[in-house]
Design a protein around this ligand. Structure first.
Ligand code: ZN
Length: 431
């Protein structure tokens, strides 16, 4: 795959993936076209033989793999990433009417950088569970697609200290405004019912579903501004959810190139941004269950784990020219200088000298530059799915990622070349 195809594909993937549910759906679509067969956890897997497969859990996590030679003897070459990003999720009883406006109450999901959420054109997407005409509970994905909401800033005239000390109250400052209620008294009786709005959208987007009543939903606001290549020399990619859909897409593209006789696996978990403790998170049983079913005896599983390695890919903090004192002088990742090996003596990252040596060697073989990140010794270090997956499974792991600015903003910035470098390194690894 050429860099232009990679970049175009990445931008499209992020655009069609406003939520983890949509990201997994987009990955399934790609896997289906590339000859991967869907397995369901409820099915018997006895006949699973050499081939290409994927399995999902909660519609928001996915494990895709190629099965070749005896996994117990050869183990898996694995890549991990996460499908979720910080965002604003709609509360169960969300309707708020104030000053004649309808707003929706939201919860902050994960460690969102909140300031950039103001004054954006927002839409809403996610999963809706409904009752159909047969009185069965079913779910489907929806996406309003249009800009239906905004969180307007307070004008600086009304908050003169805004540039010095604006703080954001998550309860009171964030509810997005979705409409001005009609003045006509007839229309003002009762608060508009958000579930009725969802039912109307379901009727338009999934007419064949026969939805009669919306029961519940997991919906997140997102910025309708599409991802873009930016910079005078097109050095950067600007987008929401680069953390960590960039790694999901890059891992997926690498897996598509994996040889059929190798055991290669991509695991993309939900809920990394909130600690990974869930059925579909990295602390959950999903990956362990898949590995166990592919290596059914304790001995087979233990042998496979000993022979496996995981490259956990999640973005790193590039050294910001305006805030360079936030980095260790010798460990400030630069954009477009390649993927970053993330190291932390206190095991906030799972990299060790052996796994990082392997990754350096892979990068050299793929002619890809590589960098190192260690947080300043007087600052706290972030973490990711790497250490959790390593601890849960016993698989030796390295944490890597591409440098980004503005991590957890609604619009992050990454180097135009680093994702492609990571793709080349992971493709070499799967080979
Ligand atoms: Zn991340």
């Amino acid at each position: 795959m050429q860099d232009t195809d990679y970049t175009e594909g990445l931008l499209n993937f992020i655009k069609t993936s406003p939520t983890p549910f949509h990201a997994v759906a987009a990955m399934k679509t790609i896997l289906d076209t590339q000859g991967f067969q869907q397995l369901r956890e409820a099915d018997v897997w006895d006949s699973v033989d050499n081939g290409r497969y994927y399995v999902t859990r909660n519609d928001s996590s996915i494990v895709a793999f190629t099965l070749g030679k005896d996994p117990a003897a050869n183990g898996f070459r694995m890549v991990g990433a996460h499908t979720d990003s910080p965002c604003l999720k709609v509360k169960p009883n969300p309707e708020i009417v104030k000053q004649g406006y309808l707003q929706l109450g939201v919860e902050v999901y994960g460690g969102a950088l909140l300031n950039p959420w103001f004054d954006r054109d927002l839409s809403l997407a996610g999963r809706v569970s409904y009752l159909d005409q047969q009185q069965q509970v079913r779910s489907c994905l929806i996406d309003f697609e249009q800009a239906i909401a905004s969180i307007p800033s307070l004008a600086i005239h009304l908050d003169p200290d805004a540039n010095k000390s604006r703080s954001i109250n998550k309860q009171t400052c964030l509810p997005p405004v979705i409409m001005k209620l009609p003045d006509n008294e007839k229309h003002r009786k009762g608060t508009p019912d958000f579930r009725e709005m969802l039912l109307a959208l379901l009727g338009r987007q999934h007419a064949d579903a026969g939805a009669e009543k919306v029961l519940d939903y997991e919906l997140a606001f997102y910025d309708v501004q599409p991802p873009a290549v930016v910079g005078l020399h097109q050095d950067f990619i600007a987008s929401a959810r680069l953390d960590n859909l960039l790694s999901c897409y890059t891992g997926l593209m690498s897996l598509l190139d994996a040889p059929d006789n190798a055991n290669c696996m991509l695991v993309c978990n939900d809920h990394e941004e909130v600690g990974s403790v869930s059925t579909s998170g990295a602390m959950g049983s999903f990956l362990k269950s898949v590995l166990h079913r592919l290596c059914p005896t304790p001995e087979m599983l233990a042998r496979a784990i000993d022979q496996s390695m995981l490259i956990s890919a999640d973005n790193a903090h590039g050294i910001h020219p305006n805030f360079s004192d936030k980095h260790d002088d010798n460990h400030g990742p630069i954009m477009n200088k390649g993927p970053v090996i993330k190291i932390n003596a206190n095991q906030r990252y799972a990299s060790n000298s052996e796994t990082s040596a392997v990754f350096r060697h892979i990068c050299a073989r793929a002619d890809v530059p590589v960098q190192s990140f260690v947080v300043r010794s007087d600052m706290a270090c972030g973490s990711t799915i790497g250490p959790l997956t390593a601890a849960e499974t016993g698989i030796r792991t390295i944490d890597v990622g591409v440098p980004t600015f503005a991590m957890h903003s609604i619009r992050e910035l990454a180097g135009r070349w680093d994702g492609y470098y990571l793709y080349r390194a992971l493709r070499e690894y799967f080979k």
